[in-house]
Design a protein around this ligand. Structure first.
Ligand SMILES: CC(C)(COP(=O)(O)OP(=O)(O)OC[C@H]1O[C@@H](n2cnc3c(N)ncnc32)[C@H](O)[C@@H]1O)[C@@H](O)C(=O)NCCC(=O)NCCS
Ligand SMILES: Nc1ncnc2c1ncn2[C@@H]1O[C@H](COP(=O)(O)OP(=O)(O)OP(=O)(O)O)[C@@H](O)[C@H]1O
Length: 196
């Protein structure tokens, strides 16, 4: 079974992923792959430089994620261009990695932040959403990444509202409370789906 794990920015997907890994379940992380496919030497890197110019590079010639982020999270058109370059390479690599895990495990989790926005539910059998209320999401995002309120809000606004994602998901984990409460909900869900 392939589980699509999703949520909003800073809703707690990575925290849930780590809990899932602690049960020995394999997790493929779209954010990690999205970083690998834009490293120097990869086709997506060339396309990004061609489109966004060399001023988005750091001194070593790597993509400066802060600079690129400040462009694409304030300009939807540019964000869609970036998505069009990066997402096909991410999808391909995720499928490959999932297939490798499924040779040895009966379950694999795909952690895909934009699972619903990019209409990728055909890649998975079930969807699991990590929900968080707006105030906790904003404060956790500002604290984790050191963003101003405006920066954090522009990133949240680049995604489908979490309330809409709740309607689309097969199961929802609510992450407004403590890590202990989160852990309990994950365990209950895994038992319900007979994954542990
Ligand atoms: C703009 C970039 C360079 C900013 O990098 P940065 O290191 O600051 O953020 P990181 O990649 O760790 O993403 C953090 C979170 O931002 C959100 N996010 C990232 N990209 C997008 C996007 N294109 N649209 C909406 N939300 C996004 C996700 O919730 C993600 O978990 C980077 O996010 C990127 O290349 N994005 C395009 C690829 C993408 O969509 N990745 C997300 C999953 S495939
Ligand atoms: N229940 C909780 N209580 C307090 N802090 C939490 C809780 N859950 C997550 N956090 C913190 O909130 C921040 C966001 O969580 P996490 O990184 O897991 O989110 P994410 O959904 O993976 O984010 P992104 O979409 O940016 O990758 C982190 O700093 C994490 O430690």
């Amino acid at each position: 079974m392939i589980i699509g794990l999703t949520g909003g920015i800073a809703s707690g997907k990575s925290t849930v992923s780590n809990l899932l890994r602690s049960y020995g379940l394999p997790v493929v992380d779209a954010d990690v792959i999205a970083r690998q496919v834009v490293e120097q030497g990869h086709p997506a890197y060339e396309k990004i430089v061609e489109h966004f110019g060399e001023n988005i590079l750091d001194d070593a010639g790597n993509i400066d994620r802060k600079k690129l982020g400040s462009i694409v999270f304030t300009n939807e058109e540019k964000r869609l261009v970036l998505n069009g370059i990066v997402h096909p390479a991410v999808r391909l690599e995720m499928k490959n990695e999932a297939a490798v895990h499924l040779k040895e495990s009966s379950h694999v989790i795909l952690d895909i932040p934009l699972l619903f926005e990019s209409e990728l539910t055909h890649m998975v059998d079930r969807t699991l959403l990590v929900f968080v209320d707006e105030a906790s999401q904003l404060s956790r995002l500002m604290k984790r990444d050191g963003f101003t309120e405006a920066e954090a809000k522009s990133r949240i606004a680049a995604q489908m509202p979490l309330k809409e994602k709740v309607q689309l998901a097969d199961a929802v984990i609510v992450n407004n409370g403590s890590l202990e409460e989160l852990k309990n909900q994950v365990e209950i869900q895994l038992r319900e789906w007979k994954m542990i």
